[in-house]
Design a protein around this ligand. Structure first.
Ligand code: AMP
Length: 595
């Protein structure tokens, strides 16, 4: 099978062919992986990177594995920076780098820059084209209506060398493949392109919600990329239903919607509909928002959102608003590479497994166990396992080699093998390494939190006060969620305690120190609420330790958990709170990178 040509020319209309294609590639995992690696290595044989490791044009796995090291983003950063600065020689990839995709994973506080090439867009498009054929096997009639899918673009910048840098979905929604997609009855959106492509997040969300309400009987599925995005849309409806109902009653568009292309396209969609306006008022004016999704969109068959990984925290809230509709997690992907899909999308979130497709890139797996985190061979290079050779039940870190020039790159995701489809393994997404706190796409690690706390606590010095212990919690009870930091303070002079104003300011200082994805969520996307500090009584963290020891923790090895979510611990902490403090302003954020 000629993988490349199959990949790039998969007939879009033929579901049967798509399923057959999945069957074929999953029966040939290992040979396809071997071919993919050979293709990547021959394509990139003359790159500076592969030459640096003396590959000399070799395309076999053994030479590749013996010569090319496993790397992190930080290892590649000097090369990536050269590309960003405008060096267009073949450094990582023989093909010209078309743009940078900005990952939600950060390095030194800024989004990682992932170089990509034009043909990767086709590979991403290919994976998308498989989703509906899989879904159609489980849900019928999806061609008889529309999808209310809240899709947004985010800010983009240019690197010093003039390449665009933007998130992968922004790149996709702005592409011709998306904007000029041929009509497909299974993929009709209620949202017009003009709304999806509007850079103003309020105007975009408002218009998408308005269209969803107008077409409410046609809606068969409701979704967003991540669960947090869909809940933000529900919150938006709570805050804006009166104006939306007014627009529908009068057939006139909210004057806050100023985008000319949205105004033009809505003039064809928005007509006075007093009956619908009355219905929206009746549903939204009450206190009870339980099952609001199925009340407003009664034909919804499922919610299309990712609820695996950090998003699992939103499942109870989604169930509340949807009356427990199925939540198929359809795919597993990243800025670096799209990996695979869920072949049983209607399963319970806890049973979701992703089948990594062997034609998307070359995949290796670093055995992972929590005690030793990496397995090293004698020459201290990690011992990696092939995609076809992973073992059922085992945990691995995903390592990828891509057509765009990443070689043996550690993505940072920990996966567990749950089964096989033909010869192709399926994985449960376990977690992202080193992520302590996450509300939306932000990923804050322990070191960042520690640094933020150190800086904020400088403000306490004038009160002879220091932070003796801390922990944190991602509070998603209200939408948007926010970070809560519990502080136990030591005051040398209790007659002169830190003022409320200073403690509020500490919240803001912490936010300023957090990564750009966090600050973008606070400032531009409104997907994260103001950071909160809860000051707890002296001795609280000792009680926390006593509690852990009573549950079997070793007194010698006990470490304060830097993030908590276990209910009894939360209850203990919350029962000892002396004062609550919130960030008084939004931190700074602009699309420009700080470095
Ligand atoms: P980004 O680089 O910003 O595109 O983020 C990609 C990361 O998001 C992946 O490496 C995962 O950590 C996470 N992710 C993507 N898809 C899923 C999924 N289906 N379930 C859980 N986490 C996911």
């Amino acid at each position: 099978m000629a993988i490349e040509s199959e990949v790039l020319s998969l007939p879009d209309e033929k579901s049967g062919k798509a399923l057959q294609f999945i069957e074929e590639i999953t029966k040939n995992t290992d040979p396809i992986q071997e071919r993919v690696l050979a293709n990547i290595l021959s394509q990139n044989a003359d790159t500076e990177y592969l030459k640096r490791f003396g590959l000399n044009g070799a395309t076999d796995r053994d030479t590749f594995k013996s010569k090319v090291p496993v790397v992190t983003y930080e290892d590649l950063q000097p090369d990536i920076q050269r590309i960003a600065n405008g060096d267009f020689s073949p450094i990582l990839c023989a093909h010209p780098i078309s743009e940078f995709l900005t990952s939600s994973g950060t390095s030194a506080g800024e989004r990682k820059l992932m170089p990509t090439i034009d043909e990767e867009m086709d590979r991403r498009q290919f994976l998308y084209s498989l989703l509906m054929p899989v879904m159609k096997q489980y849900v019928s009639g999806l061609d008889k209506g529309k999808a209310l899918h809240f899709l947004f673009i985010k800010a983009e910048t240019k690197t010093p060398g003039g390449l665009v840098a933007r998130p992968v979905l922004t790149s996709y929604y702005k592409s011709e493949q998306f904007r000029k997609r041929p009509f497909d009855p299974y993929n009709v959106l209620t949202s017009p392109n003009e709304a999806i492509l509007c850079p103003n997040s309020f105007q975009s969300m408002y218009t998408q919600m308005l269209c969803g309400l107008i077409m409410r009987h046609e809606v068969l599925r409701v979704g967003a990329v991540f669960a947090s995005g869909l809940l933000r849309a529900i919150r938006f409806l709570q805050l804006n239903w009166e104006q939306l109902a007014h627009d529908i009653l009068t057939g006139t568009l909210n004057p806050k919607i100023t985008d000319p292309s949205i105004k033009e396209c809505m003039s064809n969609i928005l007509k006075p509909d007093p009956e619908l306006a009355t219905f929206i008022k009746a549903e939204c004016s009450g206190e009870n928002w339980e099952r609001i999704i199925v009340r407003i969109w009664p034909n919804t068959k499922y919610l299309e959102v990712i609820v695996t990984g950090a998003m699992a925290q939103y499942i109870p809230t989604l169930d509340y608003y949807s009356g427990g509709l199925p939540k198929p997690c359809t795919m597993y992907a990243s800025s670096e590479c799209f990996f695979g899909l869920n072949l049983k999308p209607m399963c319970e979130p806890s049973d979701v497994s992703y089948t990594i497709l062997p034609n998307m890139g070359y995949f290796e797996f670093l055995p992972h166990d929590d005690s030793s985190s990496t397995t090293l061979s004698r020459d201290s290079q990690p011992r990696l396992v092939e995609l076809a050779d992973v073992q059922l039940g085992k945990f691995y870190e995903l390592i990828i080699t891509t057509y765009a020039g990443l070689c043996r790159y550690r993505v940072g995701d920990i996966l567990q093998v749950t089964g096989f489809h033909n010869s192709d393994p399926q994985f449960r997404f376990v977690r992202r390494k080193n992520v302590l706190l996450s509300i939306d796409s932000d990923k804050t690690d322990e070191a960042e939190l520690q640094k933020a706390i150190e800086n904020a606590s400088e403000l306490l010095k004038q009160f002879n006060t220091s932070v003796v212990e801390y922990t944190s919690f991602a509070d998603t009870k209200s939408i948007p969620g926010h970070y809560v930091i519990y502080w136990e303070l030591f005051m040398k002079d209790s007659s002169h305690p830190p003022t409320n104003q200073v403690l509020n300011q500490c919240c803001l200082v912490m936010e300023e120190l957090l990564n750009s994805v966090y600050r973008q969520g606070r400032v531009s996307d409104n997907s994260i609420g103001p950071l909160e500090i809860r000051v707890v009584k002296n001795g609280t963290f000792e009680e926390l330790m006593d509690y852990a020891i009573s549950r079997g923790a070793s007194i010698n090895q006990y470490k304060v958990p830097r993030c908590v979510s276990f209910t009894p611990i939360m209850e203990l902490l919350d029962s000892r709170v002396l004062s609550f403090h919130f960030s008084p302003a939004a931190p700074h954020w602009t699309p420009e990178r700080r470095r």
